[in-house]
Write a protein that binds this ligand. Sequence first.
Ligand SMILES: Nc1nc2c(ncn2[C@@H]2O[C@H](COP(=O)(O)OP(=O)(O)OP(=O)(O)O)[C@@H](O)[C@H]2O)c(=O)[nH]1
Ligand SMILES: [Mg+2]
Length: 624
Amino acid sequence: MTTRHFIIATAGHVDHGKSALVKALTGTDPDRLPEEKKRQITIDLGFAALNVNAPNGDKIHASIVDVPGHEDFVRNMIAGVGSIDLALFVVAADDGWMKQSEEHLQILNYLGVQRAVIALTKSDLGGIDIVTSQIREQIAGTPFADSPIVPTSARSGTGIEKLVNTLVIQLTRTQPQRDICKPRLFIDRVFTLRGIGTVVTGTLTGGCLRRGQKIVVYPSNLETRIRSIQSHGHELEIAQPGMRTAINLPDLGVDQIKRGDVVTLPGRGMPTSTLIVRLEEPPRLSRDGTVAYPVKNGSSIYLHHGTSRVAARIRVRQNGSSEGKKQKIARLKVASPIFAFVGDRFVVRDSSERHTIAGGIVLDPDGDKESLASSVALDNVESLVRATLARRGFARRENLLSKSRFSTDEISQALIKLQQSGEIVFGEHIAANCEFWGQLREQAIGLIDTAHRHSPERGGVDLSELRSALRIQEPELLESLLADLSASDFVRDGSVIGRTSHRAALPAHLQPVEKRIREALTGQPFDPPSRKAIESDPQARQVVRFLIENGEVTELALDVVLLRESFERMKSQVAEFISKNGPASVSELRQALGSSRRIMVPLLERLDRDGVTRRVGDKRCLRM
Ligand SMILES: Nc1nc2c(ncn2[C@@H]2O[C@H](COP(=O)(O)OP(=O)(O)OP(=O)(O)O)[C@@H](O)[C@H]2O)c(=O)[nH]1
Ligand SMILES: [Mg+2]
């Protein structure tokens, strides 16, 4: 026997009997606030549980979220229907299809709710046939077109059993929510209990949460541990997707968390303020007197995502249409960052919060200036990976699409498939689009060849030059590029990369300069002139660099260079002096070798680093 968890939410016009129906179904009155009791109206979300056995023996644990129908509380309604499996859509037999019947239907559609059971409530007040056909007409052409309509009366109890059976049939046909190990709990309530502390509740999606687990609350980025978990009053070790979940976070204060925040696991990406989205406007803008409010470029709106509601501004990028729907690609700038995934759905309401004007789907939660997604199949992991790499060029394999509705496993399998079919290439930690990679490689090779031509005395091009010329910001991209080049005709030597076939040599016109420099360094080999004095012109600088790269000159400090052979001789004389005379100070060694403090100090520091000498007080002794 298996237990399956689902979330049902009510929807429908004010006073149509949603809460009375939830009470008739579960015995729980979802209206819990004193103000709700007094005004006989639902203001905020209410909750109840419906536990039933399915005909196949499975246990079904359905949580019911009861939403308000009044037009002033649509924002609360949206917070309740964010991650549901089934809508219990209510229309009263004595009132028929009304303004919020229409608005709630649109909201459910925007949020991608695929299944509904329609309760024709207050059936004791008549009008069943007329209202049934009115409903059929209204839902025609929507995802709910074939939904069952069940006449009910909370007052007489008629139809309640049939409604339960209908809900069960629909739920047995519903796939339980996927566990992709990316849990998100969009918080809808925060309260404190005496002796227990802060508790937050929400509907869990995308993965499990465990007792004792470390979590993070976004957008405030507060990290803490879960002390305990409950669902409908029962203590749990693990909460699964599709469960109403209450978690105790005693280390956080109630005033640090609010509805709209999200609880998730740390290290899976951060909330963002700019998103690229696909907007869908209602297919029927002006039906039944509903006025059309088209989304305009630059409009200020409210974005409802998860349980959050944030002010946002829309920049429309592209207009289009598909399957008869009007669509726009747009960039949303939100006033406070949200933790959205690719494929998340949302609702857009106007700035006066009187009208629902559009809905949409997140194409890119990290929408930056360059990247603009077109119409990608968001429910296919391979096409999503392909499109993401085509747009971004490359990505770290480890966190590619970490904010998406696919598991890490699904994403890495898609990567392997695309790599095998030759569409993308792998670097050490990255995956890249082939075209992007080819171009980057070609540009790098071009830079190396130019360096060989212009500065044949050098081993190639400096990695820092390569990096800035190619505008590479990510160390892992540079590393992968170097590894790729080194696997073929190139070799990396320290901070320089060049062709394996390249032999560094000074061009003829620099040879006299080289001669001069060698003379300068040999004159007083243990106390040569400063590097600044030697590098009197750019040509001399070029030659010194060449000599250092080729190991003929040793760089002791920024301004101190020696012939390598002088360095070696000094090294053995230092060792000899100490082994004969015991530990020696800088000035003893300076005098013994006929050098100066300027040279001796960096020389000894270098010998310390190389493990030849060791400093004890102000003396040097030998390490071995
Ligand atoms: N006759 C009759 N009245 C009902 C029935 N169900 C609910 N009512 C009445 O209708 C009124 C509204 O019921 P609620 O359940 O509060 O309606 P609601 O849809 O939850 O309202 P909001 O949450 O405010 O949108 C109450 O006075 C109920 O007694 C029913 O089956 N028959
Ligand atoms: Mg109600």
